[in-house]
Ligand binder design. Structure first.
Ligand code: AHM
Ligand code: MG
Length: 332
């Protein structure tokens, strides 16, 4: 039997392979791990809302019940803010960036965290899986000064860590610090994440395509043609269509089995729907670390220099050969 390893042990063991090995990134990852467990606990109770009360109700402790996405946002912000490691946060739930001045207003935090605390939250009501997505950069302004907008507007290739939590049939935390991708599964009985998926690699090709085909009429020509290609009877095709509508779940499945995920721009959503900073960038980083490819309409996601914190972007990622095929359709 192979040796069991917890996420905590893994983080400590791999600390020295981080690009800036001061132990601070480990602490940051530990705080994200803690918040993930709290959110997991709450997400798992979501089906009991009618019995024990939902958003707007008052719980047994006399506290107002929060919507799950607000709860997740608060827990991640608290966990990150509680330690003097990060100097700022961008969250899908908050319009502006959050500055963390730290103890004695020291502004000593070296990192910024960008996150979607509960992605795919429309899935909660129907008991389908949701996720948390996070991205970490080193600040570019000097330590000791207040964080600035430019600290958050860095191209994705400068991320030093990224990951996601999937609250699914099992809860998993998958992350990379630039040295491959590892996945950890939560044992809910004891509250520990265990290394279950070491060194994940996306198969070079696959037979799954994931896209909201209801929007087909509004898609760019190249994407329409690619979708038709996926459906043709030839070679290994037609591919299988799988779409949960929860980015983390669709991404996770395709990463393990091989496949392509598409969220194109459309005549309805001219910029696309997904957010560059806390959806596309972290997923693109994980994709490349696992040997896959992630692009926007005509460039690598990780090369894009962001212009605002909630920027949207067309997003395509997955198995390298499938993305390259899509690229050939987009070029024409
Ligand atoms: P959200 O951040 O408001 O939850 O939206 C993001 C979600 C993704 O998880 C998912 O891939 C996508 O929206 C689904 O969108 P659609 O319902 O348009 O297919
Ligand atoms: Mg989202």
């Amino acid at each position: 039997m192979s040796k069991i390893k917890t996420l905590g042990e893994f983080i400590i063991e791999n600390q020295s392979s981080f690009p800036y090995s001061t132990g601070e990134l480990s602490k940051l990852l530990n705080s994200l791990r803690l918040a993930a467990k709290m959110v997991n606990h709450e997400v798992n109770k979501a089906g009991l809302v009618d019995i024990i009360g939902g958003a707007g109700d008052v719980n047994a402790q006399g506290e107002d019940q929060q919507k799950l996405d607000v709860f997740a946002n608060d827990k991640f912000i608290q966990a990150i803010t509680n330690r003097d490691i990060a100097c700022g946060i961008v969250s899908e739930e908050v319009d502006d960036f959050i500055a963390i001045s730290g103890s004695n207003e020291s502004n000593n935090g070296k990192y910024v965290v960008l996150m979607d605390p509960l992605d795919g939250s429309s899935n909660i009501d129907v008991n389908a899986s949701v996720g948390t997505i996070f991205s970490v950069f080193r600040r570019i302004t000097p330590v000791g000064t207040p964080v600035e907008l430019k600290d958050f507007l860095q191209p994705g290739k400068d991320q030093i860590a990224a990951g996601y939590v999937i609250y699914g049939t099992s809860t998993m935390l998958v992350y990379s610090t630039g040295d491959g991708v590892n996945g950890f599964t939560l044992n809910p009985a004891i509250g520990s994440f265990y290394l279950s998926h070491p060194d994940i690699k996306i198969p070079k090709t696959g037979n799954i395509y994931s896209v909201n085909e209801g929007n087909y009429t509004h898609f760019p020509q190249g994407v329409k043609k690619y979708i038709k290609y996926c459906q043709q009877e030839e070679d290994e095709r037609p591919y299988t269509s799988r779409y949960i509508g929860s980015l983390v779940s669709d991404f996770h499945r395709n990463m393990l089995k091989g496949g392509i995920y598409l969220y194109p721009n459309s005549t309805k959503n001219k910029e696309g729907k997904l957010r560059l900073l806390y959806e596309a960038n972290p997923m693109a980083y994980i994709t490349e670390q696992a040997g896959g490819k992630a692009i926007s309409s005509n460039q690598r996601i990780l090369d894009i220099v962001p212009s605002n914190i909630h920027q949207r972007i067309p997003f395509y990622c997955g198995s390298t050969e499938m993305i390259e095929k899509l690229e050939s359709f987009l070029k024409n």
